[in-house]
Design a protein. Sequence first.
Length: 308
Amino acid sequence: MPDASGVYVIAVTPFHDDGRLDDDSAVRMVEFYQRCGASGLTILGVMGEATKLATEEAIGFARRVIAASGRMPVIVGVSAPGFAAMRALALSAMDAGAAGVMIAPPASVRTDDQVVGYYGQAVEAIGSDVPFVIQDYPYGTGVVMSVPAIRRIIAAQASCFMLKHEEWPGLEKLSAVRGLMQEGAMRRIPVLAGNGAVFLDFEMERGADGAMTGYAFPEMLADVVRLQKAGKRDEAHDLFDAHLPLLRYEQQPGLGLAVRKHVLKLRGAILSDAQRKPATALSPIARAEVSYLLARLARHDARAKGLA
C-alpha cells in the first residue's frame, strides 16, 4: 500500500461482560468504523488489549475482523516477547487476508544498531514477504528510535511499507523524516500519526499522510485529515478544537480505554464496554464527567447529540 492515507483506526477488542470475546460486536464495530469513514483498521494494538489474549484467541479475532472488513485493509499488531508467537500470529493473519502486520521493538533494545538488528531478526522470523509497519512509540515501549535508525530499517527491509509515528513530542521528528523522504535520502513510505490524535491537527501540516490511532469519534479524525489535505486549515482546527476536551480526557493513562469503550457503547459501536481483567473501570464521577464533555461537544458537533 504505497499510497496509504486517511485514518486507520486502532480498533478496540469487544468483550462480553464476563470477559469472553464478543464476535457479534466485532462485526458491529467494523461496520461502525466503516460508516465513520475509516480507510483501514489496525487491530491488536496497544488499545486492543492484545496482551490479554491467548495466541489462539488473537488469531480467531483477527480472522473475524478481516472477514467482516471486506475490501478495507486490516493491519494486525503482532508485537510479542518472542519471535515464535510473532510468527504464528503474523502468518495466520496474512493467510486470513491481512494487509500487513505492525511490529514494535521490545524494551531490551536501546542503541540504533540494536533497533535495526531487531527489525532484521523480526523480518527473518515472519518472512520477507510479509509487509510490516514500524511502530515508533517510545512512551509505550521505552525505546527511542532515532531518525537515522528508522532510515536504516526502511533501507534494509523492502517489506517495510509504513511508519506509525507516535513519539511525544514528535513534530520535529516527523518533519525530519518527511524531509528526508522528500529529498530522496529515505525511501518514500506512508507515515501515519498516533499519539491518540492529540497532535493530529499539526501532524497533518508536518507531512503525515493520516492517522493510525483511536478515538470514540473516528469520523472527526477522518474529517480533519480530509480538511487539511483540502487546504482548509481553519476548518480542520475548529473541528479538532471542539473535540479536544474529550480527546484529552480519553488520553488518561490507565483509564483512557475505559472512556473510549464507554462512549463507543453509547454510540452503538459495541454492545458492552467491558475490558478483560486486569482493567480499570470508570467511577460514577468519571462517567458524569464524560457525559458533561459529550453535552458540550454536542453544541458544536451533532454527532454527539443524545449521548450525554
